[in-house]
Ligand binder design. Structure first.
Ligand SMILES: [Zn+2]
Length: 236
């Protein structure tokens, strides 16, 4: 056993690392999420991108190049635990890891083909300050690494009043669907004309948040966009 392995074995013994999907103890060599979770977490296929309700409902948006997700969100499922650990337990290393996983697995499917930049959906400034990070931006960082694309955080801003979301389901609260987006007033839409962006959000339930971002980015002339969320509540 080399020294590095020994060190990690001892560290694991003293401070066991837990799987962010199921809470079990991670084995040596496992990173953030255990092998069993990785194997049981479903990865979405092309078929699901084309024939889901969002793709259908948004078909009238001319610039829409595609709609896709990495995995499915189910109540108490692995994806729900991972997102919860990222957002509320602040395991910020999860964000880039999630983005890398998604981009590595989906790159070959063509979902991201032609994209020139990644636009993580922003949080409202107060929420961003309070949380200290934007989970969608962290996911975007991992995607950017794999896809070799720049991240643009100045295009969109989040508007709309904060509302108590206690009457929403847990998944809907994760989506923060009551807020809306607009183009940043400092942005000259013509500067970005004709570009293809990947809009990135962590979780999609009703799709209202993503649709709002789409409506904002459509103000850029001839823009194209791929709507991507890490996990979605699948609607056939
Ligand atoms: Zn696990």
């Amino acid at each position: 056993m080399d020294f590095r392995k020994l060190y990690y074995s001892l560290a694991d013994l003293l401070l066991p690392r837990m799987c962010n999907g199921c809470g079990c103890r991670l084995a040596l060599g496992e990173e953030l999420v255990c092998t069993k979770c990785m194997l049981t977490m479903p990865v979405e296929h092309k078929h699901d991108w084309r024939y889901n309700r969002h793709a259908n409902d948004w078909a009238g948006h001319e610039g829409l190049a595609g709609v896709g997700a990495y995995t499915r969100y189910t109540h108490d499922g692995i994806a729900a635990h991972i997102i919860h650990n990222l957002k509320y337990y602040r395991h910020t290393a999860l964000g880039p890891w999630m983005g890398r996983q998604a981009a590595q697995q989906l790159r070959a499917t063509g979902l991201f083909d032609g994209a020139e930049a990644i636009v993580p959906l922003p949080l409202a400034p107060q929420r961003h300050r309070r949380r200290g990070f934007n989970q969608s931006e962290l996911i975007a960082q991992g995607m950017a690494e794999v896809l070799q694309l720049p991240i643009v955080t100045t295009l969109l801003r989040r508007t709309g009043a904060f509302e108590s979301q206690t009457h929403f389901s847990y998944a809907q609260r994760l989506e923060n669907a009551r807020e809306a987006f607009s183009l940043n007033p400092d942005v000259h839409p013509d500067e970005y004309a004709g570009r293809h962006f990947i809009l990135v959000d962590d979780v999609m339930t009703t799709g209202a948040t993503m649709l709002s971002a789409i409506t904002a980015i459509e103000q850029i002339p001839d823009t194209r966009f791929t709507a991507f969320c890490w996990a979605w509540v699948y609607k056939s």
